[in-house]
Write a protein that binds this ligand. Structure first.
Ligand code: TMP
Ligand code: ASP
Length: 236
């Protein structure tokens, strides 16, 4: 599939048109940002890790009944995906307290929840992705009631599948962010990526962080953490 003009450049990926109007090519960069782009850097090798890991997760989820945008991995950094219009909601599932949850509610990180939680942010950089609930999302016409129901059901399903999978490779899935998109016919599919940029992964034995928090918090060993989680996923 031939890469045509660039349609979009985000903080971590570029999107290109193809000769098929319903397919696009995503190209993953090594660029890393945090805190709404205030912190900038490069994580060498991140683009390839995120591309390949995300594709493996999308394939696993498809097999488990969650429709995704994934079509075909083209190279280390590039993947052919279905063109979607992104639902402007960041969908966050948490199994263990961490990050903004711990901060907002004044609890320690690392407390496991009895049940996973779900929350939405309005995907809007100018407003700094404010937290909202499904009533707010409806009021703002970000999605229909039916779409929100579908998104919630898929998000919890993704959690069940990924939590079990990561545990099998010695990793606790603490929390993660998903984005969904609409195909031309309106079908909701899982889009964006599932990677150490968008998930918190802690080693099951030591609780060592194997994700982007190493970059966000200047913990060092950023590249090693991406390599380590990728090697576990790839079974090396
Ligand atoms: P948070 O605790 O900072 O709200 O993050 C929750 C999860 O969402 C965590 O796994 C990291 C991921 N995330 C993103 O993918 N993009 C973002 O912009 C933010 C803030 C978090
Ligand atoms: N989306 C954040 C940023 O603005 C990145 C993050 O913290 O994951 O750069």
């Amino acid at each position: 599939m031939e890469k045509k003009q660039q349609l979009y450049e985000g903080k971590a990926k570029k999107v290109y048109a193809t000769s098929d109007p319903e397919l696009v090519i995503v190209s993953y960069k090594d660029d890393a940002t945090a805190f709404d782009g205030l912190k900038k850097g490069t994580i060498v090798g991140k683009g390839a890790v995120n591309n390949r890991m995300s594709n493996m997760m999308m394939k696993l989820l498809e097999k488990s009944g969650v429709p995704t945008h994934f079509v075909e991995e083209l190279s280390d950094r590039e993947t052919l995906v279905k063109k979607v219009s992104i639902v402007p909601l960041e969908v966050i599932i948490r199994n263990v307290s961490a990050g903004s949850f711990a901060k907002r509610y004044g609890v320690e990180e690392g407390i496991p929840f009895d049940e996973p939680t779900i929350e939405f942010s309005y995907k809007n950089d100018d407003l700094h992705d404010p937290l909202l609930n499904s009533y707010h999302a409806l009021a703002l016409h970000l999605a229909t009631k039916e779409e929100i129901g579908t998104i919630k059901a898929y998000a919890f399903k993704v959690n069940e599948v990924l939590k079990a999978y990561f545990l099998s490779i010695g990793v606790k899935l603490i929390d993660f962010k998903l984005e969904f998109g609409r195909l031309k016919d309106g079908t909701i599919v899982l889009a964006d990526e599932i990677s150490p940029d968008t998930c918190r992964f802690w080693d099951a034995q030591t609780n060592e962080k194997l994700d982007k928090d190493r970059f966000r918090r200047d913990l060092g060993g950023v590249e090693d953490a991406y390599r380590e989680i990728f090697q576990r996923v790839a079974g090396k």
